[in-house]
Design a protein around this ligand. Structure first.
Ligand SMILES: Cc1cc2nc3c(=O)[nH]c(=O)nc-3n(C[C@H](O)[C@H](O)[C@H](O)COP(=O)(O)OP(=O)(O)OC[C@H]3O[C@@H](n4cnc5c(N)ncnc54)[C@H](O)[C@@H]3O)c2cc1C
Length: 358
């Protein structure tokens, strides 16, 4: 098949990679450059839902997280670059007796739903966390991983090119038509078009959908000069602390439905201050980089996948929201299967029809 992918973020590239592996001839159009959107970021937590009240959405995410190490190993081998992937686990403080009892119950359910491969276990607070942050210890899950978003996106882009994918930067798509796209550069046609332009993808499909398909949620994060090696990531007080493999630690993030300032502002200072209080070894770590991006949130929060109504040959891979990196390779495989008319099993809430139901 001839396939056009709109957007060289992590979801567009994951779709391009999956299609190219099937032998499709793929061209990616990006309005700017590879990783110019949310995927050019710095945080990179790949963390699971809690292992109870299991449902198809949690199962989908589990399957993605469970297989991510193989995907990124193959991508990095093909590109010769480093995605920074590592399954370092995650620590979350236990703050109350109720939370302690819940953690114990989840230890049991994790054995079942995580198939005995990964654990949700109660442990003493590590010395790296301030004594008042985790009065009753921590939960460690061994499924969570980290990745370097910008580097992973670059690695996947190169792996796509190794497979023969053409990536056209500075080629904005301004309109969709049956099996086609157009922009200031001209018109292109293909058997299938995958709209994966992040938050701007909602604007592209909006003329063809009954309801507003989605919006952006701004996030801010910072990169600190501190080497925590493969210390597990920490999620505490609403803040992610992600040790990366290159001697840096990312802290994030804000979650802003409205904003007046582009880039970063004082809200990020609060996130950094919390991270320094949770992890004293970060107390004096210099800030290397302050970053912000816009997360693509579909109107009902979940990913939005599938054919666009009233247009032939146009599909979406939108709504990556806060977990785009964790799901990316499985989203690519699902959308590639959809355009090939192969059977796919996805949660109902991931379909475009579900998002558009009133
Ligand atoms: C502060 C912050 C922290 C985050 N932390 C995490 C985390 O820890 N773990 C995680 O999994 N996720 C995290 N995310 C979310 C993650 O970054 C996103 O889910 C993901 O990057 C979205 O990928 P995407 O490919 O859908 O969109 P994007 O990365 O935004 O890519 C869209 C691409 O489309 C291009 N484009 C736009 N319009 C057009 C057009 N008209 N024509 C052609 N091309 C176009 C853009 O230039 C861009 O390259 C975080 C996000 C933020 C902001």
């Amino acid at each position: 098949m001839q396939v056009i992918v709109i957007g060289a973020g992590i979801w567009g590239l994951a779709c391009a990679y999956a299609c190219a592996r099937r032998g499709d001839k793929v061209t990616v159009y990006d309005a700017a450059t590879v990783g110019a959107g949310a995927s050019g970021g710095i945080v990179g937590a790949l963390a699971p839902h809690v292992p109870d009240q299991w449902n198809p959405k949690k199962q989908f995410q589990f399957e993605a997280l469970d297989t991510a190490h193989r995907f990124w190993r193959d991508v990095d081998a093909a590109s010769g670059l480093q995605s920074g992937y590592g399954r370092i686990g995650r620590l979350q403080p236990i703050l109350s007796q109720k939370a302690l009892a819940l953690a114990a119950a989840r230890s049991q359910s994790a054995l079942d739903v995580w198939q005995g491969k990964y654990h949700w276990q109660v442990e003493d607070r590590p010395e790296t966390m301030a004594s008042d942050t985790a009065p009753l210890g921590v939960v460690r899950d061994t499924l969570s991983a980290r990745i370097n978003p910008a580097k992973a996106t670059a690695s996947l882009a190169l792996a796509c090119q190794v497979l023969g994918v053409t990536i056209l930067e500075n080629h904005p798509v301004t309109a969709l038509s049956d099996h086609g796209v157009s922009g200031p550069w001209g018109i292109a046609k293909a058997d299938a078009v995958i709209v994966s332009a992040g938050v701007s993808g909602f604007d592209l499909i909006a003329p063809h959908t009954a309801l507003n398909p989605g919006s952006g949620v701004k996030g801010q994060a910072a990169l600190l000069d501190a080497d925590m090696g493969d210390h597990p990531q920490i999620y505490a007080d609403g803040v992610y602390i992600i040790p990366h493999s290159n001697g840096t630690v990312a802290v994030g993030s804000t979650s802003e439905n409205t904003w007046t300032v582009d880039g970063t502002d004082h809200l990020l200072d609060t996130v950094v201050a919390k991270a320094r209080a949770i992890c004293p070894i970060l107390a004096n770590a210099p800030i290397l980089h302050r970053w912000s991006g816009i997360r693509p949130k579909a109107r009902r929060r979940d990913p939005m996948l599938g054919p666009v109504p009233n247009l032939r040959g146009i599909y979406t891979a939108l709504g990556a929201f806060k977990i785009g990196f964790g799901l990316s390779h499985k989203i690519g495989e699902v959308v590639a299967a959809q355009i090939h008319n192969d059977p796919v099993e996805i949660p109902d809430s991931f379909t475009l029809d579900w998002h558009m139901a009133k």
